[in-house]
Design a protein around this ligand. Structure first.
Ligand code: ADP
Length: 345
């Protein structure tokens, strides 16, 4: 999604329109093309084989983890491997329970219903889904008041795949109706190198090995960001150089886009700056950071915070988020006076 103010955020983990078009060709469609996430892939293979042997649809599956790590891709891969059809929607898109009736009644035996951002389903829609997940039936009410009648409708046995960046926000009743849970974690740089190399091949771009490693290092553990940085560097070398992606061209291109050695962009640095300058290094609540920056708290919680936590620039405390010594060093700030005090005792 493009940002409302039209500013493109290079390191955003959200889908831009360009992503949507290009990702269709870059998105792995078979399990063997899905790079990294070894444990998830191994467990998934077992679940797929077991379901195949029993000749049954796979159990309802919940995929969680930060945005851009492959949840949607995995849902499509599962459909491909099962040889079934996938219908994709998202929590906020389903406004009323009625919106789901058509979708659910059109599912054939073994089909996949993919609901992205499933933590954002409304309560009524969520309650409507429970019997569909549990016993493959739905109740719908026709007419109102004294003439209201409930009609039961049997559904075909389908698999619901839910994706969420915030598994913790799922209600207990919804969570308990999933049989399989996979958590996708940030990718190692070596897996991102493989992803970049694969994408470069598909897009017909030449990338030197050390350039691919540099892009991987700055992709904050996310294949979506890796693919986006690759495209930005490609644009740069096509305009300013001979079209080949070399290490020094990569460094210059990423610098011109404000991406630093750790993969932080302007928004990440703004968040760090605000915690440092306005809140004395923290602890401070996300709401206050978001209000000071005029950003949505969700953007900070979903996109900025997980990576800063992962690289140890931020830590969570009961009283809020706090900058760490690594963040101070990286940003070239003088040391946090509070932390230095702590060290004296
Ligand atoms: P999510 O649903 O978690 O936000 P997506 O499945 O949309 O993430 O992945 C974003 C993009 O990153 C995909 O279109 C694909 O190009 C790439 N991608 C994600 N995971 C992988 C992977 N394991 N191997 C190769 N490419 C991947």
């Amino acid at each position: 999604m493009a940002k409302p103010d039209g500013r493109e955020k290079l390191v955003t983990n959200q889908e831009t329109e360009e992503d949507l078009i290009l990702n269709i060709s870059l998105r792995p469609s078979k399990l063997e093309d899905f790079i990294g996430q070894k444990d998830v892939v191994e467990n998934l293979k077992v679940s797929l084989q077991a379901a195949g042997k029993r000749n049954e649809p796979m159990e309802h599956t919940l995929l969680s983890g930060p945005p851009g790590l492959g949840k949607t891709s995995l849902a499509h891969i599962i459909a491909h491997e099962m040889g079934t059809k996938i219908t994709a929607t998202s929590g906020p898109a389903i406004e009323r329970a009625g919106d789901l009736i058509g979708i659910l009644t059109n599912l054939a035996e073994g089909d996949i219903l993919f609901i992205d951002e499933i933590h954002r389903l409304s309560k009524t829609v969520e309650e409507f889904i429970y019997p569909a997940m549990e016993s493959f039936e739905i109740d719908f009410v026709i007419d109102k008041g004294p003439y209201a009648k409930t009609i039961k409708f049997n559904l075909k046995r389908f698999t619901l795949i839910g994706a969420t960046t915030r598994a913790g926000l799922l209600t207990a009743p919804l969570r308990s109706r999933f049989g399989i849970f996979y958590y996708l974690d940030f990718y190692e740089a070596e897996d991102l190198v493989k992803i970049i190399t694969r994408s470069a091949k598909i897009l017909n771009i030449h990338v030197d090995k050390d350039a691919a490693s540099e892009i991987a290092r700055r992709s904050r553990g996310s294949p979506r960001v890796a693919n986006r940085l690759l495209r930005r560097v490609r644009d740069w070398v096509q305009v300013k150089r001979d079209g080949r992606i070399t290490l020094d061209a990569t460094e210059e291109a990423l610098k011109s886009h404000g991406i630093d050695k750790m993969g932080l962009d302007n928004v990440d640095r703004k968040v760090i700056n605000v915690i440092h300058e306005s809140f004395g290094g923290g602890p401070v609540g996300i709401e206050s950071i978001a209000a000071t920056l005029n950003e949505e708290p969700d953007t900070i919680v979903d996109i900025v915070e997980p990576f800063l936590l992962k690289i140890g620039f931020l830590k969570r405390t009961p009283r809020g988020r706090e900058l760490t010594r690594q963040a101070y060093e990286h940003m070239g700030f003088s040391r946090n006076p509070k932390e230095m005090q702590g060290e004296m005792f």
